[in-house]
Design a binder for this molecule. Structure first.
Ligand code: 3Y8
Ligand code: NAP
Length: 267
């Protein structure tokens, strides 16, 4: 019997949870793990655990105490700390690890993207006269933009902020994804957005704003991903299930590279 730990928090993780729930008859046990970052995370069809593990030692202890046999890191590409911890803890515990990730978005024709290395660089890219900035990076890193107080920021947050954001001129929109193009286009029009800042999350849950920006001819300041240490990566739930079933990694890579697999080719 396999005892699978899914590190979640993404659309792909939720899709994997549904697939694993359907395989329960095979005898697999799977647990979905959230960090506990938002007040009311999405329900899942497999048992949940919520909260950090306590760094690498805590995750290692969890793997051993719970008898975890496989770990799937299906966290967000910008969740680099947990991904590094999973690599280290799984190596020490001798537990197989696979990452379910999604390719970065690529600009399409007509897109006006400025790629920046990190959030401070995104803030620096906003130097200049006042603008109306759709800051679609969540709650954690708002302080990075306090160096550019001249703008009016439209902030989309999962939960209502406990304290006023550190930006003197702002509008808060409390909304969780996945988002759609019509909704994001309407948001940009209603708030007279003239530039968007976002992370290169990949996937489809946050992709709508890219299409909306393209249709409105708006520029995007795109934060590129940090590098995660090498680990086995796949980009589909099917490939995770094959990995769990012991399908050889090369076979998975071959199958993933065939044209029929659904990987982004530019948004
Ligand atoms: C807690 C748990 C699902 C998963 C949905 C995906 C899609 C919608 C789009 C914008 C961008 C942003 C943010 C975003 C998206 C999905 C996915 C994704 C971006 C939830 C969830 C948790 C979180 C954490 C949250 C962060 C924040 C980031 C909002 C659930 C809803 C901006 C990332 O208030 C906070 O502390 C929020 C923290 C990390 C980034 C930040 O720094 O603020 N996600 N998001 C997870 C946990 O506790 O472990 O599903 O309810 C999940 C989802 N958010 O099954 O439907 O797959 O990416 N999440 C970004 O891309 O920049 C919003 O507004 O356009
Ligand atoms: P992070 O910076 O990589 O991790 C910070 C700490 O949070 C980790 O060291 C770990 O604490 C805990 N943690 C993170 N993910 C966890 C999980 N799935 N289960 C248990 N503990 C977890 O992570 P983050 O960027 O804050 O993201 C947190 C969660 O939000 C993840 O599930 C991620 O998939 C989701 N999310 C993040 C983003 C984003 O933009 N970063 C976007 C969408 C969804 P300990 O060290 O105590 O174990």
């Amino acid at each position: 019997m396999r005892n699978i730990l899914v590190l979640g928090g993404t659309l792909e993780a939720s899709a994997l949870a549904r697939a694993l729930a359907e395989r329960a008859a095979l005898g697999d046990r799977a647990v979905f793990s959230y960090a506990g970052r938002v007040a009311d995370p999405n329900a899942q069809p497999i048992p949940l655990r919520v909260g950090g593990f306590g760094g690498v030692p805590g995750l290692l202890r969890h793997l051993r105490d719970e008898g975890v046999t496989h770990v799937v890191d299906a966290t967000h590409p910008f969740a680099t700390q947990i991904s590094g911890n999973a690599i280290a803890a799984c190596a020490q515990a001798g537990v197989p690890l696979v990452a379910l990730t999604r390719p970065p978005w690529q600009p399409g024709s007509g897109d006006r993207w400025q790629m920046v290395a990190d959030l401070p660089a995104a803030a620096a890219a906003l130097s200049g006269p006042p603008r109306r900035v759709f800051l679609a990076v969540g709650r954690t890193h708002l302080a990075a933009f306090a160096v550019q107080p001249q703008h009016h920021y439209v902030l989309r947050l999962v939960d209502a902020p406990q304290s006023p954001p550190p930006l003197p001129q702002h509008t808060v929109i409390v909304s969780r994804g996945p988002f759609d193009v019509a909704g994001d286009t309407a948001l940009m029009r209603e708030h007279r957005v003239d530039v968007i800042v976002c992370k290169n999350a990949g996937g489809i849950g946050a992709q709508a704003k890219l299409h909306a920006a393209r249709s409105l001819g708006l520029p995007i300041v795109m934060v590129t991903r940090a590098v995660v240490p090498t680990r086995h990566e796949v980009t589909s739930v099917a490939a995770v299930l094959q990995w769990l079933d012991g399908v050889q990694e090369q076979e998975i890579r071959d199958q993933e590279s065939t044209p029929s697999t659904s990987t982004e080719r530019g948004v």
